[in-house]
Design a protein around this ligand. Structure first.
Ligand SMILES: Cc1ncc(COP(=O)(O)O)c(C=O)c1O
Length: 493
């Protein structure tokens, strides 16, 4: 302890004409250069540093304020000071050269399959699948609650449940929506097998084979595949990296194409992490309802926001019942439980019939476990920590990519969720080194699979929903090397 203190004190020269606060600044910068402090790391508190250097708290504070002004560190309320990701180039919102494409069918199924398969490879760092819960898994609490549920309800837990799902879970979900102003009754909610089943039911309620479904572009590949599997066509709508779909663009799109429904994640999209403002969301619902076009709202990431407050559900603004909300516990608690839900709006009858025909009911044991999890208050406490952890991971991952990838690479700055959208130089086709990356122990999602028309070949999606360790840092270094080593065509040299 004493030695440590001496070492610290030797780093300051109190007889030097240089101001003490400037010496603290130099100290932080040296720590950063040597790698002892990495972007995203928390700096010692004002009090701790003042004790270690035997100087006053205001002197350390002056240094931190200056470092903050220079953009080296940032203050987080009630948390402290953190080293910022200095070099990360942010993917800027650009005015689109296009607002939408022609309706299309999906082309890259085998690549999608490989991305899913890669998640289960042993000894591999899986950065290709978005699993935010990985960053802060609530597995122990859920296992305890599940044991308690089983001990009370072993017989019923293995039986068929109500088609609509557990009434108590529906009550709790209704209550959560009511808190956001949505007038919803628990009878209006249908529990599904994950959001994917909710989305499938929603699509079948509003459209048929051959119909056109508008989606954000880039769009989560699972949705593109789902639409195609139902025999419908995908219409890509340009989506701003920060603000989501632009309502004026959407107006042009629906005047040009006979869009049967829109499937959007207006709160937090995947892969962009973009977020429409509540006002834009309301304008979108008004526009679509004016044209009698249903909006399927994919809300799976809405509870993992980095802003002060949760984005409001589009459901809140619906006057004609044309908004169908789909969500799940997959991104917040337990993807393996496969528990999601559907707010079917005016399509209730059809939705219940399709759910009954499709899967009869959703497994009761995970539903009861999640109900107890919510009612104990643990779920909300968990969400609070999960959001904080993901926000921290996001900054760290941006910094790590900036450190290891070529400097021209631009990285999204998501408003929530668990993925980064990374743009490489235009000649790079990220699918070309997908297999090599897997051989070298890391997987990612190549950009190509986020568009049915192969628009995003030079992009990649990287997940920060991870337990941070040296393996993650090495995995990013590997990806950075693969991007840096990508051959440059003669015309671009
Ligand atoms: C945008 C989006 N929607 C829906 C889903 C499917 O969610 P679930 O696992 O609950 O079926 C995912 C899963 O990755 C997703 O990213």
């Amino acid at each position: 302890m004493y030695l440590e203190k001496l070492t610290f004190m030797r780093l300051l020269d109190k007889s030097s004409p240089e101001f003490l606060y400037q010496q603290i600044i130099d100290f932080v910068e040296k720590q950063e250069q040597s790698g002892a402090l990495r972007a995203g790391d928390k700096l010692p508190s004002l009090r701790k540093l003042s004790r270690q250097f035997e100087i006053s708290v205001p002197t350390v504070k002056q240094a931190y304020i200056e470092l903050e002004r220079q953009g080296t560190i940032s203050a987080r309320p009630q948390s402290g000071y953190y080293l910022k990701a200095k070099q990360a180039r942010t993917l800027k919102p650009m005015r689109a050269k296009w607002s939408c494409c022609e309706p299309a069918e999906v082309s890259c199924r085998s690549l999608i399959e490989q991305v899913y398969d890669a998640v289960h490879l042993p000894d591999s760092v899986a950065l290709g699948i978005s699993n935010p819960v990985n960053a802060h898994p609530p597995d122990k609490a859920l296992a305890r609650l599940m044991r308690s549920v089983l001990s009370k309800n072993a017989e019923k837990a293995v039986s068929y449940g109500p088609v609509n799902g557990d009434p108590k879970l529906r009550l709790n979900l209704a209550f959560r929506y009511q808190e956001q102003g949505v007038a919803i009754n628990h009878d209006d909610i249908i529990i599904t097998s994950g959001a994917q089943e909710a989305l499938s039911i929603a699509l079948q309620c509003v459209a048929q084979r051959g119909d056109i479904i508008a989606v954000e572009s880039p769009c989560y590949f699972g949705l593109i595949e789902l639409i195609e599997t139902l025999g419908m066509k995908v219409l890509e709508v340009y989506t701003c990296t920060e603000d989501g779909v632009c309502v004026e663009d959407l107006e042009k799109v629906i005047s040009k194409h006979p869009v049967k429904a829109c499937l959007f994640s207006t709160a937090i999209s995947n892969p962009l992490g973009s977020m429409m403002t509540d006002e834009q969301r309301q304008q979108m619902v008004t526009l679509l309802e004016k044209h009698d076009i249903p909006l399927i709202e994919d809300e799976v990431y809405s509870d993992i926001y980095f802003s002060e407050k949760r984005p409001l559900p589009a459901q809140l603004y619906s006057e004609k019942g044309l908004v169908i909300t789909c969500s799940s516990f997959s991104k917040t608690a337990a993807p393996g439980y496969r528990v999601g839900w559907l707010l079917p709006g005016k399509f209730e009858e059809a939705a219940k019939r399709i759910k009954r025909a499709q899967s009869c009911s959703t497994s009761m044991l995970p539903q009861w476990t999640l109900t107890d999890y919510i009612m104990s208050g643990e779920y909300d406490r968990h969400l609070h920590v999960l959001r904080k952890t993901l926000r921290y991971n996001c900054e760290r991952m941006r910094a790590l990519i900036a450190e290891h990838f070529p400097s021209e690479v631009c990285i999204s700055k998501p408003q929530g969720g668990s993925v980064l959208w990374v743009r490489c130089r235009s000649h790079v086709d990220t699918s070309h080194f997908f297999s090599t990356a897997i051989e070298q122990g890391v997987s990612f999602a190549p950009g190509q699979i986020f568009s049915p028309t192969g628009k995003y070949k030079n992009f990649m999606r990287i997940s920060y929903g991870v337990q941070w360790n040296a393996g993650v840092e090495q995995a990013i270094a590997t990806l950075g090397r693969l991007v840096s080593d990508y051959p440059v065509p003669v015309s671009k040299i």
